[in-house]
Design a protein around this ligand. Structure first.
Ligand code: ZN
Length: 285
């Protein structure tokens, strides 16, 4: 468990990185982390996240009452409280307005296509929470519909929200969303977006377990029972992936071995590797 002073320093550092990368402008964005079982450490309202100091942070309880700090807590505190209420596993919440991802949020285009293996294994799909006026009670309601099954989402006409098991975990998911949004934009500008097949998505989902990736919900197909379209309590991550043989990034038989450094080594035979390369070349044509 990190000490309070470490968490204060981590929030300052993440705020600095978000501002440096252009994820926030002026006083946008907010960051919070659990401080023990019943308290939160949170960025204050009306400060630029690029120029914070550790003493600026507020401590609140889980109902949002300020317990400590010279400044008032973030204007988006209600959204953070809703996340912590619904997700006991979440330790940290990051909100920002990264321009490419926010562009998708403004265009009403969710980042839910099966395109990149690392996005599918970590975040799964990235839906759009319906528009709500910032800082009002409607915003936590909009976020609340999706937060049970997702670690990251776009906020319509507003920005993006990510959560994690610690501060850096939540922040890196924000980086992944913006990076994925940029790649998706370039692919669509180039006029071609080859999707991974449903079978490949299933294989990647199985790898979550093998790599120890904690995902809040399984991946499902649009229109299935668990899809938000059919049930108001969305309980899975809807990913658009065509059925049939698409690009196969992972062979059927993966010979994996845990390594001393904590990583996993995958062994392929020469024939499996050749088949993978042939598949990849075929898909390039
Ligand atoms: Zn915002």
């Amino acid at each position: 468990m990190s000490t309070e002073s470490t968490l204060r320093a981590d929030i300052v550092e993440i705020g600095r990185r978000m501002y440096a990368r252009g994820y926030t402008a002026s006083n946008d964005g907010n960051i919070s982390v659990r401080l023990g079982a019943d308290r939160l450490l949170m960025t204050p309202k009306s400060v630029c996240k690029g120029f914070m100091t550790p003493d600026m942070m507020c401590i609140t309880d889980l109902e949002g009452r300020k317990l400590q700090g010279d400044r008032d807590p973030s204007s988006e505190m209600l959204m953070h409280l809703e996340v912590y209420r619904q997700r006991p596993d979440v330790q940290a919440v990051v909100h920002a307005h990264p321009p490419t991802a926010t562009g998708f949020a403004v265009a009403g285009i969710p980042l839910d296509r099966a395109v990149l293996a690392e996005v599918l294994t970590t975040l799964g799909s990235i839906p759009i929470a319906e528009y709500a006026t910032p800082s009002t009670k409607e915003l936590p309601q909009a976020v609340g519909k999706y937060i049970k099954a997702h670690d990251g989402m776009l906020l319509a006409n507003h920005g993006a929200l990510t959560v994690g098991g610690d501060l850096y975990g939540a922040y890196y998911k924000m980086e992944t969303i913006e990076h994925f949004a940029k790649i998706s934009l370039v692919a669509r500008l180039l006029g071609r977006e080859n999707l991974l097949s449903r079978e490949e998505v299933t294989r990647l989902q199985d790898l979550r377990g093998a790599y120890g990736i904690k995902a809040p919900a399984p991946i499902c197909e649009p229109g299935t029972d668990a899809d938000f379209g059919s049930r108001p309590d969305q309980s899975c991550q809807v990913v658009q992936a065509p059925p049939g043989a698409g690009a196969r990034l992972v062979p059927d038989t993966v010979h994996s071995m845990a390594r001393a450094d904590g990583d996993t080594e995958i062994r392929l035979t020469y024939r499996e590797l050749s088949a993978l390369i042939e598949d990849a070349v075929r898909n390039l044509r």
